[in-house]
Write a protein that binds this ligand. Structure first.
Ligand SMILES: [Mn+2]
Length: 371
């Protein structure tokens, strides 16, 4: 049986104030092509479909388009769960209606049931495990004694495994970090008592997991992280992303073949003095998303404006030696991204540099009565 495994799409992701929806659409078009060539029985999406609980409308319409293409044109089943950054209730909208169309959303424990697929060797049971929080799991398992999220995840996976009939091939789909995995900076930090041992998945032919954004297997070959759709932080510049073409043979043995996703724009980091960067700019692809770290030892006037005039997709400038004199956008990109998005919602346009400077000054002002 052929399965296509992907995870961590983070639709609606904003990187340093720039929406990546067009990049995500470009990546998902490739996924549709990979699926139509590979002809899997199902596509498994292991959570973090959206980047946040309330995704922007363009992210919802992208998911709508891609699901329609996969189901109607490629004629493949889609099985997905939620991740730490999704809203399970929003993702399960119309789930019972979609079930008949071949879209199997499993984002709440109440609706959690296996999806059985068939090939010429017989059935394969897919167990999508929703990404529930500790109180929900305690309640569902009737185990008030569970203290850590990892214990609750373990109890849930063991329960699923215990009910699985012997001799039938099995696949579990979950969103959880495994000990020994290699994290990336674009993942939300998860406390150590939420991490599970990869041996938890020993009884399954395949654990198709989400959470780690770098593609990897952890512990043994059956524990697979497909990785995120794209690299999602400048610390991941230069890394590649892929989806996994997986083949399960009659005995449940795996073949895993990554199919690379080519990004619409690369993430690129540059370092140097302002004048040198401007002088050598013709060597640098203009379309890439850039983060520039200035090494000038003296303040430079309007570095952002001058560099942005050359590099239209410049997203961040750091000048570590002059940090105190830089606007918020350059000091705390996350806050600036949040503010920029709010500003766009309200006014329809991005904030000006002077807005960001003002915001930076305001947020640097101690609160009355504070230290
Ligand atoms: Mn993720």
């Amino acid at each position: 049986m052929r399965l296509l495994h992907t995870a961590d799409w983070h639709l609606g992701k904003v990187l340093c104030g720039a929406s990546l929806v067009d990049d995500q659409a470009h990546a998902l078009e490739q996924l549709v092509h990979i699926a139509s060539d590979f002809r899997p029985s199902a596509i498994l999406i292991s959570g973090d479909i959206y980047d946040r609980v309330v995704p922007p409308p363009e992210a919802s319409s992208l998911l709508d388009n891609i699901l329609s293409m996969l189901v109607r044109e490629v004629k493949v089943k889609v099985i997905f769960i939620d991740g730490f950054q999704d809203s399970p209730d929003r993702l399960s909208f119309a789930a019972r209606l979609l079930e008949n169309q071949g879209v199997h959303a499993r984002t709440t424990l109440t609706g959690s049931v296996a999806v059985e697929l068939m090939d010429e060797h017989g059935p394969v049971r897919i167990y999508p495990v929703p990404c529930a929080d500790l109180p929900t799991l305690r309640n569902f398992l009737n185990r008030p004694d569970l203290i850590h999220p990892s214990e609750a995840t373990r109890a849930l996976v063991q329960k699923v495994r215990a009910a699985h009939p012997e001799g039938v091939r099995s696949v579990v789909v979950a969103h959880t970090p495994c000990m020994g995995g290699q994290p990336s900076p674009s993942e939300p930090p998860i406390p150590p008592h939420s991490w599970v041992q990869p041996a938890l998945f020993e009884g399954f032919d395949l654990a198709a997991l989400g959470y780690f954004h770098k593609p990897q297997s952890v512990g043994s070959k059956n524990v697979q992280y497909s990785g995120s759709l794209l690299p999602y932080s400048f610390d991941e510049a230069g890394q590649t992303r892929s989806v996994n073409k997986i083949t399960l043979d009659v005995r449940g043995r795996l073949r895993v073949e990554p199919a690379p996703i080519n990004p619409r724009r690369l993430l690129r980091r540059l370092e140097g003095k302002l004048e040198d960067l401007i002088a050598t700019s013709f060597d640098i692809p203009q379309g890439d998303y850039l983060q520039i770290r200035l090494t000038d030892e003296v303040p430079v006037a309007d570095a952002w404006g001058r560099l942005r005039a050359i590099f239209p997709n410049l997203l961040s400038v750091e000048h570590p030696r002059m940090k105190a004199s830089l606007p918020l956008e350059l000091q705390r990109p996350e806050d600036a991204a949040f503010f920029s998005e709010f500003h766009r919602e309200v006014t329809g346009q991005a904030p000006s540099l002077s807005d960001l400077v003002l915001l930076g000054e305001l947020s640097a002002t101690p609160e009355p009565g504070g230290p």
